[in-house]
Ligand binder design. Structure first.
Ligand SMILES: Nc1ncnc2c1ncn2[C@@H]1O[C@H](COP(=O)(O)OP(=O)(O)O)[C@@H](O)[C@H]1O
Ligand SMILES: [Mg+2]
Length: 244
């Protein structure tokens, strides 16, 4: 994918959260954002997802710029994406299967029959076939997140966006979800990932960018960023998070 971010700025209640983000990620299959809590990662991801409007600046995906003021092009942009959040965001009153059929029908225009077929196939693919009829409360955290990933994949997105997909999971479930993401990478799917799992960031990231205080402080290959960071801020961040 090519993802261009041009002078993105965003403030909430007078507090600057994104302070002019500019980057051109070209031919990157996996773009990984790391950085301290509160640095603006989720806000940036939500803007990339077309779920939040920047105060100024533009983004373009594969050369197509996103018009935030035009609801129709914004919807078209969102349809190209599959988004996975930290907190799963599954509908509690719907089964795993229904959580997947809903966007297929309502957003992507599939008939109920088609949506059902796609959803069951996708659940099987993620070893969730036997859980199709369960509601989120009857699933483990890892299973819930795999359903959320299945839902994101089912719509055949151009790009997947993950915002800390494992941060509410215990280590075993974290491993289960990271394995799925790594498998998607092997399949050649493009994604943008925000994560606190530094080992994983290094392993799957084609490009790693450190976002702190609303700015991209460092960007490079995973190898570069983790072994020879240019900025003191990045060195400090890595020293802090890799200490234990
Ligand atoms: N909808 C919102 N309203 C007000 N403040 C927000 C909102 N979203 C994020 N913020 C603030 O923006 C800052 C950056 O948040 P966030 O993008 O979630 O950072 P990160 O994901 O890196 O932890 C935080 O101080 C947060 O409180
Ligand atoms: Mg966040």
């Amino acid at each position: 994918m090519r993802l261009q971010l041009n002078q993105l700025a965003k403030s909430f209640d007078g507090k600057v959260v994104l302070d002019g983000i500019t980057a051109d990620f070209d031919e990157a299959r996996a773009i990984v954002f790391i950085g301290p809590s509160g640095g603006g990662k989720s806000t940036l991801l939500r803007i990339i997802a077309g779920l939040e409007t920047p105060d100024s600046g533009t983004i373009a995906l594969d050369g197509e710029s996103v018009e935030f003021s035009n609801e129709e092009t914004l919807r078209a942009h969102r349809r190209r994406l599959g988004v996975v959040f930290q907190s799963f965001n599954l509908f509690p009153h719907l089964t795993a299967l229904e959580n997947i059929t809903l966007p297929l029908e309502k957003v992507h225009g599939h008939t109920p029959g088609e949506a059902r077929d796609i959803a069951s196939e996708t659940l099987k693919r993620f070893q969730l076939g036997e859980h199709a009829g369960k509601k989120p409360a009857e699933l483990s955290g890892g299973q819930k997140q795999r359903v959320a990933i299945a839902r994101a994949i089912a719509v055949k997105p151009r790009v997947l966006l993950f915002d800390e997909p494992t941060s509410s999971l215990d280590p075993e479930m974290t491993a289960e979800v990271l394995e799925v993401i790594e498998e998607l990478k092997r399949e050649g799917r493009d994604f943008v990932l925000v994560t606190h799992e530094m080992g994983f960031a290094r392993r799957v990231g084609d490009v790693v960018a450190l976002l702190a205080n609303g700015r991209i402080v460092e960007t490079g290959t995973a190898e570069q960023v983790f072994t020879a960071p240019n900025s003191a801020q990045c060195r400090d961040f890595l020293a802090r998070v890799l200490r234990y």
